[in-house]
Structures are given as structure tokens and as C-alpha cells.
Design a protein around this ligand. Structure first.
Ligand code: P6P
Length: 333
């Protein structure tokens, strides 16, 4: 970052940060740092391709559907391959669980870590230039041989979790359980540089985010909360305003930085909601708790819920303490 005199301020690059943060930290084996670097490498290439997407033929649907019968965008496939190649090349992980693949990919049976990820969340927004993101989390493998118990975990067991939002700038936000830090990609030097140290979610919500078209399918208790929320907004009792772009990482990141509540609840049509526990909700819950916020499934702490299969969906509420306390009161009334 240039000062007015053109002097480079002390830039804390991600590499330097990882080294400094992990000295004397249980993850300081260097292996974990390398896994993070492998994830960041994939993110840098995804950043490049997304910013070229308009120029090359990788926009639009790839013609297939993923394990969730969702139309797969070409960039989804590309991003998935990037994550896999980068982490497989590193050779430090036992297995990978991706939103794009039904089954885990076993990489190195003697690897000590399992990485779960959504390589490109919200990709249907790419064609209309709405920010999209990658979401990831890292677990320690439990036994000597990789098996389902190594990824059917509670979010509280995450060693690290984070996301990359590919927006007006590309920002990596992650935590290893010691607070949350944000790094902005300086493309001129190809480095993520510390830009948002020690992120804390504002206690008071500026925004609320949910898909209004589903309101009629919400529980009566949740509808009562939404009514209360809107009346507080209308009377000015609360500064809160609606913001929803339909891209989890983008909606979540805005609310993390400005204060807000994100909701993707269960409905009469989809009681389990839409978002997946392992590689969407649990990483975001880890981040928001580390930033001083709250995340639940509408009933219990999100990080206490164990995945019973890799692609388990779960209702998701996450955000600032003020509104999370109110929605909890309504849901438990
Ligand atoms: P809806 C994108 O498809 C996604 O998985 C999340 O990124 C986003 O929060 C959600 O779905 C939006 O879903 O039903 O509101 O369009």
C-alpha cells in the first residue's frame, strides 16, 4: 500500500503472517501452513479466471448437474479441479471433500489433515457480476486410516476455516481459532496482504439477509420474528435494512464487516434448508464466532451439530449478537 510519499508501508503478507502467527502454535508443524498456501494458490488462479470470465469461454453452464442436481457452471468445475490439484500436489492431506463431488477424494492415506471445501459458491451469479466465493475448512484426521469419521465431524472440531470473496477486490478471511483476519489480494505483486486485522462483527446489525420469496414457507415463529424485525426497521427503532444478493459469501462478508444477520432457514418445502453443513455453514459459523458473533441452526449452536453425511443440509442463522438473541427468543417462544 503506497503512502503519499510512495513508500511501501510495512506490508504483512499472508506468508509472513502465517509464519508469525503459528510460531509456538500447535499447527506450527509447517504442514498446516502449506495446506493454507495450497488453498490460497487455488484462490489466486480462480481470481484470475473469474476476472477474465467475460473474455474467455468459461461462463455459463457446463451442461452437467452436480451431486445436488444443480446446474453446474463451467467455473465450478474449473475451481474444483484447481482446489484438488493444488492440495493433491501438496500431498499433505489425507482426503478432500468437495461440494462438487459425491464421494471424498482420498489423496495421501498417511496425510494428517482433511480439507472440505465449496470451490465456488454462488456461481450462478458470475454471469451477472455478483461476487462469488470459495469456502474451506481443515480438520485433523482422527485415526491412522481415513474413513467417514474423519469428515463426519462437528464444526467445533475445525482447526481452521475461511473463505475467499471474489468481489470488487479479492479478500481472504480465515481463522485458526485465534481471531479472524482478512487479506486483500494485491494483484500487482500476486500476494494477499493483511488489510482487515482482528475482524470483529459489530454487535448491532445494519442488515438482515434472507430470501423473501420463501417467507410464506417459514414457521409461524420465524414469520413473527420477521414481522417484528420489519416493524423495528420501519419505525427507526432499529437501523437495520434488508440486503440480499443470493451469494452466501458475499452476503455473509458484508454482514460480518458491517453487522447483520444472515438467515437461510428450513421451510415447509425444505425443512433442512438449502445450505450444506460441512463446507458452507460450519466454516462460516467458525468465522462468525471467532469474530464475536453467533451461529445456530435455529435450535442449537451450529458448531455443535455433527454431519451425518458429507452433503448434509442444515438451516442456518448467523450474525451479530443483537439480532441473533432476538431471533432465538422468537424461535424458542
Ligand atoms: P436462494 C447460491 O446458489 C447459494 O448456494 C448460496 O450462495 C446463497 O446464499 C443461496 O444459494 C441463495 O439461495 O434460494 O436464495 O437463491
Amino acid at each position: 500500500m503506497q503512502t503519499t510519499l510512495g513508500i511501501e508501508r510495512r506490508m504483512m503478507t499472508l506468508d509472513r503472517f502465517i509464519d508469525e502467527q503459528e510460531r509456538g502454535f500447535e499447527l506450527a508443524t509447517g504442514e498446516f501452513s502449506q495446506i493454507l498456501r495450497d488453498i490460497v494458490l487455488a484462490a489466486k488462479v480462480i481470481h484470475r479466471e473469474i476476472n477474465r470470465a467475460g473474455l474467455t469461454d468459461i461462463l455459463g453452464a457446463a451442461g452437467g448437474a452436480n451431486v445436488h442436481a444443480e446446474q453446474v457452471q463451467k467455473l465450478d468445475l474449473y475451481a474444483n479441479e484447481l482446489f484438488k490439484q493444488s492440495l493433491e500436489t501438496g500431498g499433505l492431506v489425507a482426503a478432500l471433500v468437495s461440494e462438487e463431488e459425491q464421494e471424498p477424494t482420498v489423496v495421501n492415506p498417511s496425510g494428517r489433515y482433511v480439507v472440505v471445501f465449496d470451490p465456488l459458491d454462488g456461481s450462478s451469479n458470475i454471469d451477472v457480476n455478483v461476487p462469488v466465493g470459495s469456502i474451506f475448512a481443515v480438520y485433523r484426521k482422527l485415526g491412522s486410516r481415513f474413513g467417514p469419521d474423519d469428515y463426519l465431524r462437528k464444526g467445533s472440531e475445525q482447526l481452521a476455516a475461511g473463505y475467499v470473496v471474489y468481489g470488487s477486490s479479492t479478500i481472504l478471511v480465515y481463522s485458526t481459532g485465534n481471531g479472524v483476519n482478512g487479506f486483500t489480494l494485491d494483484s500487482s505483486i500476486g500476494e494477499f496482504v493483511l488489510s482487515h486485522p482482528n475482524i470483529k462483527i459489530p454487535a448491532v446489525s445494519a442488515y438482515y439477509s434472507f430470501n423473501d420469496a420463501e417467507l410464506h414457507r417459514f414457521s409461524s415463529r420465524l414469520q413473527a420474528y420477521i414481522h417484528d424485525l420489519r416493524s423495528r426497521a420501519a419505525t427507526g427503532e432499529s437501523p437495520i435494512k434488508p440486503r440480499y444478493v443470493g451469494s452466501l459469501v458475499s452476503d455473509f462478508h458484508r454482514n460480518l464487516m458491517k453487522g447483520g444477520i444472515f438467515m437461510y432457514p428450513g421451510t415447509s418445502k425444505k425443512p433442512e434448508g438449502k445450505l450444506r453443513l460441512l463446507y458452507e455453514c460450519a466454516p462460516m459459523a467458525f468465522i462468525v464466532e471467532q469474530a464475536g458473533g453467533v451461529a445456530t441452526d435455529g435450535v442449537q449452536r451450529l458448531l455443535d451439530v455433527r454431519a451425518d453425511h458429507a452433503h448434509k443440509r442444515i438451516p442456518f442463522f448467523a450474525g451479530s449478537p443483537d439480532e441473533m438473541a432476538i431471533v432465538e427468543r422468537f424461535l424458542k417462544a
